[in-house]
Structure formats: C-alpha cells, structure tokens
Write a new protein. Structure first.
Length: 308
C-alpha cells in the first residue's frame, strides 16, 4: 500500500475505485466497504484508493482540547488498511483551501483529475466542498460528464457503520472488551513506548512495563485489569495489564502498565503493541502492598484460565 500525506503527491491511477471516510477503528462495517471496493477493482483491473482526513480540524483549532478520542491512530489505521490489501491511502489535512473548494471543483479537480476516479463508493449522506454543499446527487449528476460510476452504500449499512464506531468507543470506555472486539473483528490494541516507573513492580515480584502513548487523541479503555497479548519485536507474549492511578501506592498519574508472563528482558524505550482480550476486574485500593501482591497472584491465575 502506498500512503500519501498530501493529495498533491498522488498521481492518477488507472481505473481508480475510490471511497472516502474517517474509518476510525477499521471495524467490520468498514471492512465490508473495503472488500466491496476490492471486488470492484478486481473485476475492472483497477486499483483501490481510500481518501481519509487527518488531523481532525478540532485538533488544529483547539490543540489543548483532548476530548476527541479515536479507536485507531492514523498510523494504526494505515497499518490495518495495508493488511486488508488497500492499494493507495491518501491522508489529507482539513485545510482551509481544501474545504473552500466548490463541490464541482472538488469532483473535477480532486476526484477526476487528481485521483482518476472511475468508480466511487460512497454513503448517501456524504457531504463535501465549501459549506458541505456537495453531496451524493452532485456525484450522480457529474458522473456521466466526467466518466465515473457512483455506487451508493445503503442507509442501513451507513447506520451500522456509525453505530459500531460509537459503540466500540463506549464499549472500551465501559470495559466491555468482548463487545468492542466483536465489532472490530480483531482485538483492540494500543501502541506505545516503555518508560521508567517507580520500580516498585520488581520488588513485588511483578515487574510492569509502563507504556506511554504518543498520540493524545488515542482512546484508552477504562481503568481496570485486562488479559492481553504483548507484541515486542515481532514476538507475542501473554500478560496482565493495568490501567489506573495506582491508589494503593497513592499514584498521581494514570498509568498503563503490563506484567508480561514468562518474560525477563529490559525493554525500556522500546515500542510495543498491546492487544486487549478480556476485562478481569476493576481498580482497587489495597491497604498494603502485601494485599496487592496476593491479588496479583490471583489475577495471573484468572488471566491464564481464559481462552485467548
Ligand atoms: C495485573 C495488575 C493489577 C494491578 N492492580 C492494582 C490495583 O488493583 N490497585 C492498585 O493500586 N494498583 C494495581 N496495580 C498497579 C501496581 O500498583 C503497580 O504495578 C505497582 O505500583 C508498580 O508500579 P511501577 O511500575 O511504577 O513500579 C496493578 C498492576 C498489575 C500489573
Ligand atoms: N515480565 C516482565 N514484565 C514487564 N516488564 C519486565 C518484565 N521483565 C523485565 N521487565 C523490565 O522491567 C521493567 C519493569 O520493572 P519495574 O520494577 O516495574 O520498573 P518500572 O517501575 O520502571 O516500570 C520493564 O519496563 C521492563 O524493561
């Protein structure tokens, strides 16, 4: 898959089969659309093109506002699309110039001349161009003029897609990992760097790698303990993860930590990926570190008893 960070880097391809959207999570609804464009491309000898937008205008206009949370970072989204076999991913920032184009010039200059669109798969409610004046009707009207077909994604499918992105976010925020993963079609994951903590973990007999996620807009599940797999340098390990403020040791920051099973390596400063499989329990303030230690032994038993 080729990734373009600006639409100007893209040179038109033959028989481009295009879709446009945010695709947060690249979940089962999105996968249906992506397999749709892949089939269309395969039957016409064409190439698949996804046009997505990043950063979100709110991130540029209000960088201090951290309320916007996404299931996937832009890099994770690109990775998932690559795995699905998408040929081209164009990531355009929501610039003023871009959003000030008229609907007709967007269709002519971007979709037709820049991308070479021969088929566009789009929701009935997709809006584009200045003041969101353009829509499905404009594409249908101008398709014959510029030589492309418009394929509508039915209302029911759009609603499903929208519902599942919101439902996945809500499921992750309420600890329903099983539901989130069922909608995603793969285990929810985070990607981050391992940093130093207070080094209490190793004294407890449970060293925990502290993970820091660079992208502030990445959604982190609710506080609690989770059964996870950790991917370090292409190797997979099972483990138990903790998200919370460590009330037992009067922690001041909200941490993401993981005790990795059957593992004993220094991984400070490494980038790791952690996949969430099941929610185990909520965060608890223990009256002593010994109390926490007893619970950690039980958590490990509980995690190892699960199928994942
Ligand atoms: C599986 C797991 C469960 C945990 N549960 C709790 C908990 O219920 N309450 C709590 O205060 N801390 C909990 N912790 C966090 C520990 O307090 C933390 O790992 C310890 O303070 C070590 O911190 P350090 O990595 O900074 O050394 C848990 C950690 C793990 C790995
Ligand atoms: N099984 C393991 N699980 C997690 N981290 C481990 C493990 N074995 C060794 N480590 C290393 O030890 C570190 C965690 O030890 P810990 O005492 O909790 O220190 P810190 O407070 O700095 O996280 C990890 O960042 C990693 O480099």
């Amino acid at each position: 898959m080729r990734v373009y960070h600006n639409i100007d880097e893209f040179t038109a391809v033959n028989n481009a089969v295009v879709t446009i959207g945010t695709f947060d999570g690249v979940h089962i609804g999105h996968r249906k659309i992506i397999s749709g464009i892949k089939e269309l491309a395969a039957s016409t000898g064409g190439e698949t093109v996804i046009l997505t937008f990043f950063p979100h205008p709110r991130m540029i206009l209000h960088p201090e506002d951290e309320s916007l949370k996404l299931i996937t970072t832009i890099a994770e989204k690109a990775g998932l699309m690559e795995k699905l076999g998408v040929d081209h991913l164009i990531i355009t920032p929501f610039s003023r110039d871009f959003s000030n184009q008229s609907a007709e010039s967007y269709i002519r200059d971007v979709l037709v001349n820049k991308i070479g669109t021969k088929k566009i798969v789009i929701g009935y409610d997709h809006r584009f161009g200045k003041d969101r004046q353009g829509g499905f009707e404009d594409l249908q009207r101008l398709g014959p003029v510029y030589g492309f077909d418009v394929v509508e994604i039915p209302e029911q499918d759009i609603n499903e897609v929208a519902i599942s992105s919101t439902r996945i976010r809500n499921a992750l925020l309420s600890g329903d990992i099983d539901l989130a993963n069922a909608f995603l079609g793969y285990p929810f994951f985070i990607t981050g760097n391992v940093v130093r903590g207070d080094q209490i973990g190793r004294q407890l007999g449970y060293p925990t790698a502290n993970i820091v996620i660079e992208e502030k807009y990445k959604l982190v599940p609710c506080d609690g303990i989770f059964a996870v797999t950790v991917i370090i340098a292409d190797q997979k390990y099972k483990g138990m993860a903790y998200i919370g403020s460590r009330p037992t040791v009067n922690g001041l920051t909200r941490n993401i930590e993981v005790n990795i099973f059957d593992f004993n390596q220094d991984i400070y400063n490494q980038t790791i990926r952690m996949e969430f499989h099941h929610y185990i329990r909520g965060d608890v303030k223990f009256s002593s570190l010994d109390g926490l230690k007893v619970q950690l032994a039980q958590d490990k038993v509980d995690v190892l008893n699960l199928d994942f």
